[in-house]
Design a protein around this ligand. Sequence first.
Ligand SMILES: C[S@@+](CC[C@H](N)C(=O)[O-])C[C@H]1O[C@@H](n2cnc3c(N)ncnc32)[C@H](O)[C@@H]1O
Length: 397
Amino acid sequence: MTSSAATQWHDFLRASLTSGTLIRVSVGGYCRRDQSIRKLLVRPVLIREQPMLSFVWRHDTRDITRNLAHEEGLALLAELLGRDFLAATLFTTERTVEIQFRKGRDPRLRVLPPESTEPPSLSHDRPKQRVMPTETRPWMPALGVTTETGTVKAGMEAKHRQIHRFVELLDHLTREAAAVLKKDSEATVSLVDMGSGKGYLTFAAYEFLTREFGTRVRVRGIEVRRELVDLCNRVAAECGFENLRFSAGSIEGYPLESVDIVVALHACDTATDDALARGIEAGAALIIAAPCCHKEIRPQLKAPPALADALRHGILRERHAEFVTDALRAALLEWAGYDTRVFEFISPEHTTKNLMIAAVKRIGQGDRRAMEATVNELVKTYGIEKQRLATHLKFRL
Ligand SMILES: C[S@@+](CC[C@H](N)C(=O)[O-])C[C@H]1O[C@@H](n2cnc3c(N)ncnc32)[C@H](O)[C@@H]1O
């Protein structure tokens, strides 16, 4: 950031920090490789009495935060602007200052009146915006997540975190899939949770969708274990959740004519493939899966020469089987017409089964032959002869 406009913008920023008038900086126009970055937000905070700058990188499905001392933060912003990000707006109580970087031309600086003259709050621990309200949900005590007064029960902390994280993700992903999700129409939005277990995430999804779409929501949980289905139906009825029902049965056998969102979280082994296939066949706008155990590929793995020695070790072989299975699932989803991402669902410190595959139905075909080649290359590299999702999709390996 060397031009005079850029220097001026930076001077305004430094002056606002010194005078305590800085509210925030919003940085956009990301132009590097990480497709998931949406924008960067910077605001002043006090951490243990120390004035700092909090940098929040907004990604599609999560935020990454770094708190830096003022000088370090200013230096980082100077480095990023014009290189990684092409636009920034500085909000202070005295003025708003925009800068826009343009290819081959000097950056453009605009100084505007302040949006707000209210002094900034420096509290680091601002109440975290949760997509799911934190007050007592009636189904949470009924399913044993919290007490009647809303305290998380001992041993249920990880589940509680997972529920909140899932709803955050659902929020992000339904926005992403909005164009194919009938969000603006009056049609019913339907979600099927395959392998719903005790229903924690099904109830959370129901609540979230009801808040988003009102009564035009239909949520189903499919579960082989009858006692869990009965429990969930009882709790749904007690809570007055009219459009939430659970059915006993297998994922493979469930009649799925039309559905908007398919969820399969920790469905065992190839049950994940069955759920993905059902979602694809039904043309779901959004498919979300968190795979569990990966048994099908492991015995088939023929290591490429460079990996042969490494894959003698059980744990590496197991992890590699997981990697290959999920890479293949993601590639097959792409081939089947879905823009697909694989990312960490929750921190690995809580569970190692933390991978998530999220697939949004593509508008338009995409390059099917290239995607077919990707699957074939993967299959050839590892000598895979059989994979359940490929079988369902009639993709010849
Ligand atoms: C590990 S639990 C996960 C439950 C829930 N999705 C969650 O993440 O909290 C997996 C559930 O999937 C069910 N399940 C496994 N295979 C299934 C299948 N083929 N059809 C229906 N349910 C299945 C199991 O009975 C079990 O309750």
